[in-house]
Unconditional design. Structure first.
Length: 135
């Protein structure tokens, strides 16, 4: 069985760049994951501007954040980004609309690699010059 929810609202000409609806939603549910007992998933999303929004998915185990995927989109200028983080201080930030360096890999705030687009393939170039594909 599956459940599908959809909420729609047509604001017509009511919304403008200066006059728009904002919204926040958050859903929290318990998870039954092998190797991650006492876990929960928190999903949240917000409309923070006329064509601007952000969302995140977080896995929490024993009240400790284990993994987070967050992202934002700005329809005004086409910018978007995604950030993956873990409890070891590693962060992968990707901005798919960027021209050259599409992202950065860091550990505890120190850059250890960059993400570039090579003929449509996302490549991490590590500090030592080695490369790794994200595809």
């Amino acid at each position: 069985a599956s459940t599908e929810w959809s909420i729609g609202f047509d604001a017509g000409d009511f919304e403008t760049a200066q006059n728009y609806l904002t919204a926040n939603v958050s859903i929290e549910t318990s998870l039954a994951l092998t190797g991650l007992p006492n876990s929960k998933l928190v999903l949240s999303a917000a409309r923070t501007g006329f064509e601007i929004g952000e969302a995140s998915a977080t896995i929490i185990q024993d009240n400790v954040e284990r993994f987070r995927l967050s992202g934002n989109i700005n329809g005004d200028n086409g910018d978007a980004s995604a950030v993956f983080t873990n409890t070891n201080g590693a962060t992968l930030t990707i901005a798919p609309n960027a021209q050259q360096n599409a992202g950065v890999v860091s550990v505890n705030g120190n850059t250890v690699g960059t993400v570039t687009d090579r003929d449509g393939i996302a490549i991490i170039v590590w500090g030592d010059g080695s490369i790794e594909s994200l595809n």
